[in-house]
Design a protein around this ligand. Structure first.
Ligand SMILES: Cc1cc2nc3c(=O)[nH]c(=O)nc-3n(C[C@H](O)[C@H](O)[C@H](O)COP(=O)(O)O)c2cc1C
Length: 193
């Protein structure tokens, strides 16, 4: 697939078919996505692939935890319609058969911590594009960071930073692309005063 076609054509998929994804394919996506650049070549990513019974249990954990974040969502001024959507996603994960949970190292030095998270973001974007090229849909999610403790407890993860959850599966519904704004671009050619 042409790179520009992949960059433009990939969408966040939030409704999946109940069709299993071969393990080899998931393993291939994860291995290939780590060709991403990483801060000081630390390759600071950890991928937990949750499927089957564990996937259902994780969704249950998230749906129970949803009520603990509800007051915070209201406080932040989320419209009710949006809250209903978040609730639906926490309760179903769009029927995605696979959820990849991405962690990075916990680091004291802030600059290094940011570098680690950005490195994971580069790998995640690679994974999304590679998945798209294989006919798979994905949704990159940081909403579940609100319930990081519950997710860590479920996976038995300690001393790591939760970066994102990625739902993976064959798309049931492909949404229309949200329009892009013109990016802020400023060419700096003279020494700023
Ligand atoms: C860092 C990050 C966090 C995101 N978190 C969520 C999320 O928690 N839930 C969700 O449904 N989508 C989430 N998204 C997907 C965005 O909503 C989506 O990328 C955006 O609306 C543009 O749509 P597109 O991906 O189809 O181009 C996230 C995307 C990124 C990059």
């Amino acid at each position: 697939m042409d790179l520009l076609e992949a960059v433009r054509g990939r969408r966040s998929i939030r409704r999946f078919l109940k069709k299993p994804v071969p393990r080899e394919l998931i393993e291939k996506l994860i291995k290939e996505c780590t060709w991403a650049p990483s801060a000081m070549n630390t390759q600071p990513w950890y991928f937990y692939v949750v499927e089957g019974e564990a996937r259902d249990k994780l969704v249950e954990v998230c749906s129970k935890a949803f009520y603990s974040i509800l007051p915070r969502l209201r406080e932040l001024g989320f419209p009710e319609r949006h809250i209903e959507f978040i609730k639906w996603y926490f309760f179903t994960f769009g029927n995605a058969p696979v959820i990849i949970v991405v962690y990075t190292d916990r680091i004291k030095e802030e600059v290094y911590q940011i570098g680690a998270i950005e490195s994971c973001a580069a790998a995640i974007q690679n994974l999304l594009l590679l998945a798209y090229a294989e006919g798979l849909g994905t949704c990159w999610m940081t909403g579940p960071l609100w319930i990081e403790d519950e997710i860590n407890r479920f996976l038995g993860v300690e001393d790591k930073v939760l970066v994102a959850l990625i739902t993976v599966g064959y798309p049931e519904k492909i949404p229309r692309p949200p329009p892009r704004r013109e990016p802020f671009i400023k060419w700096v050619t003279e020494v700023p005063k």
